[in-house]
Ligand binder design. Structure first.
Ligand SMILES: Cc1ncc(C[n+]2csc(CCOP(=O)(O)OP(=O)(O)O)c2C)c(N)n1
Length: 563
């Protein structure tokens, strides 16, 4: 059967199980759009292409499936770049399809021509410029395979206008074999035995779970391993929800704004078992003093990660789920009583009661986040933006739902939350989805309120309005002598704005109104905007200064009481 390039794209999407795509039309994809409308694929019209990429990313992170976004050539394609880079840094599988000028105009600075494969080369797993329609079926198949296999990531397919219109015989490959690309799945048996021996011999073992645990769907195995040996489990920011955060063995997040006791556990353990994490600088702080008393085991599917930042004592390249399945029977069931009792005690003892004290009569962000946690029973999918709001969300919401936190960790992209929440809601129409955003980040992709309304996504949007680009202000306060250079930021009247979009909204100013406002928002079936006026100069504690050791945490009392 002969099909056009545009039909081949749509047929391939259907065969890959894609039921929703996020995009924005233009001259170079008009043929594709004209075809797409006849296919059983829902197209979400975003208001800016950046949002299409973030939404595809949010969809992928929440569902474990590949997210798809579409943009036209030139400015449409470049608008995707931030979203593609965000997905790349966090190993999120998306396929980005861009239109391109016709092949006869390539390289001639034609209208809306940009070399998007060149631009995105360092931020994709692979990118294709398809100049012959006959290549399209296998390019589509390969793109999905590459995006989702091994260490997942974004793939871009750039398709010139004439290729979309050209016809060829359609034959979709069943399988893909790519020379030189064979993601290693099974870990080496001998090394897994060695890993078990090290675990069995350790006195103070600690698991550090990263995004790889979630990406490989190894949550059950992680829990089985932890419970088998009574091992405490800390997570990276993206590893949050790998273990239910209210589980007795869950220690919470490590790193720059990690929990004090979790960071201390890293410094005290004698064996650190790192699963699907990449030793980001936000996690390790000063590498030379990271986990100084521990032997380190690193399990990761990407061989390039081994020894990149931290040299492990034992490395296993493989899929976390498969490695853990092979490992668990080799680990002796036991109770690490002393070490864990000690840790749990320090976990209980560490509190920052001031985080929950209204300041200057105003709410604090931790109060707001904790209230959302209470009202949703830890089961909402929380999509956080970047800045203080992100760290408070990670610290004060206990994520018990799998894939319950969606956030931009590696790139740290402000403006991520609102569009990513759209993808999350598309993946899970019945889930309770909250986007928590700062007043700065919200204004970066604020236009997506229109998409949310058009799609009837019942997203609850919590704006933590402190009148500042808070996280930068915090650094200025602590390290730049309080010179608040260009961080005070004004906001529009969010209630009027929400009204203009047709979204119910409420401004919450006092602690007394907090509970009823959150509960009311949950009762409303559609989207809601809640603007919380929070203390303007609150800081996220603890904080490890950039480049310092994770044992050198700044705590609230050191700053506010001048200790
Ligand atoms: C696109 C982008 N630009 C700039 C930054 C640098 N940055 C990190 S946090 C932050 C402040 C965020 O302010 P806001 O959104 O109000 O959130 P808050 O920290 O107050 O919670 C900035 C500017 C960024 N992460 N992303």
């Amino acid at each position: 059967m002969k099909l056009t390039g545009a039909q081949i794209v749509c047929e391939a999407l259907v065969r890959e199980g894609v039921d929703v795509v996020f995009g924005y039309p233009g001259g170079s994809v008009i043929k594709l759009y004209d075809t797409l409308i006849d296919y059983p694929i829902h197209h979400v019209l975003v208001r800016h292409e950046q949002a299409a990429a973030h939404a595809a990313d949010g969809y992928a992170r929440a569902s474990g499936k590949v997210g798809v976004c579409i943009a036209t050539s030139g400015p449409g394609a470049t608008n995707l770049v931030t979203g593609i880079a965000t997905a790349y840094m966090d190993s999120s599988p998306i396929v980005a399809i861009t239109g391109q000028v016709s092949t006869n105009l390539l390289g001639r600075d034609a209208f809306q021509e940009v070399d998007i494969t060149g631009i995105t080369m360092p931020i994709t797993k692979h990118s294709y410029l398809v100049t012959d329609v006959r290549e399209l079926p296998h390019v589509m198949k390969e793109a999905f395979y590459i995006a989702r296999s091994g260490r997942p990531g974004p793939v871009l397919i750039d398709i010139p206008k004439d290729v979309q219109a050209a016809e060829t015989e359609f034959d979709y490959p069943d399988e893909i074999k790519l020379p030189g690309y064979e993601p290693p799945l099974e870990g080496d048996e001998d090394l897994i035995q060695k890993m078990a021996d090290m675990i069995n011999a350790a006195e103070r073992p600690l698991i550090l779970a990263g995004h790889g645990v979630i990406l490989s769907g190894a949550e059950d195995e992680l829990l089985a391993l932890a419970e088998r040996g009574n091992f405490p489990v800390a997570t990276t920011l993206l590893g949050i929800s790998a273990i239910p955060e209210t589980h007795r063995l869950a220690l919470g997040m490590v790193g720059m704004h990690g929990h004090k006791y979790a960071n201390q556990a890293i410094q005290r353990c004698d064996l650190l078992i790192v699963l699907g994490a990449r030793f980001s600088d936000r996690v390790t702080g000063k590498v030379a003093t990271f986990a100084p008393n521990a032997k380190i085991i690193h399990v990761d599917i990407d061989p390039a990660e081994i020894g990149k930042n931290v040299e492990p004592d034992l490395a296993i390249v493989g899929d976390v789920k498969r490695v853990l399945r092979a490992l668990i029977p080799l680990v002796q069931p036991r109770l690490c009583v002393e070490w864990i009792t000690d840790l749990l005690r320090s976990r209980q003892q560490y509190q920052d009661p001031q985080a929950f004290q209204p300041k200057n009569g105003r709410l604090t962000s931790p109060m707001v986040i904790r209230e959302i946690w209470r009202a949703t029973g830890g089961q909402a999918i929380m999509v956080s933006d970047v800045g203080q709001n992100q760290m408070w969300e990670a610290q004060y919401y206990f994520h018990d739902r799998r894939r319950g936190l969606i956030t931009s960790g590696g790139l740290g992209t402000m403006g991520f939350a609102l569009p990513a929440a759209m993808g999350v809601q598309a993946a899970h129409p019945d889930a309770v989805v909250w986007a928590t955003v700062g007043d700065g980040g919200f204004q970066m992709t604020i236009q997506e309120l229109a998409t949310i309304v058009q799609e009837k996504y019942p997203i609850k949007i919590a704006i933590l309005n402190n009148g500042y680009l808070g996280m930068v202000r915090q650094w200025q306060q602590l390290f730049f002598e309080r010179r608040y250079a260009f961080t005070p930021i004004s906001s529009p009247d969010y209630l009027k704005l929400a009204e203009a979009y047709g979204i119910p909204a409420k401004r919450v100013t006092t602690p007394a109104d907090l509970r009823s406002s959150v509960e009311e928002a949950l009762r409303i079936p559609g989207p809601v905007v809640l603007e919380f006026l929070v203390e303007r100069e609150d800081n996220v504690y603890p904080m490890v200064p950039a480049g310092a050791s994770i044992s050198e945490m700044i705590e609230r009392h050191m700053v506010e009481e001048g200790a």
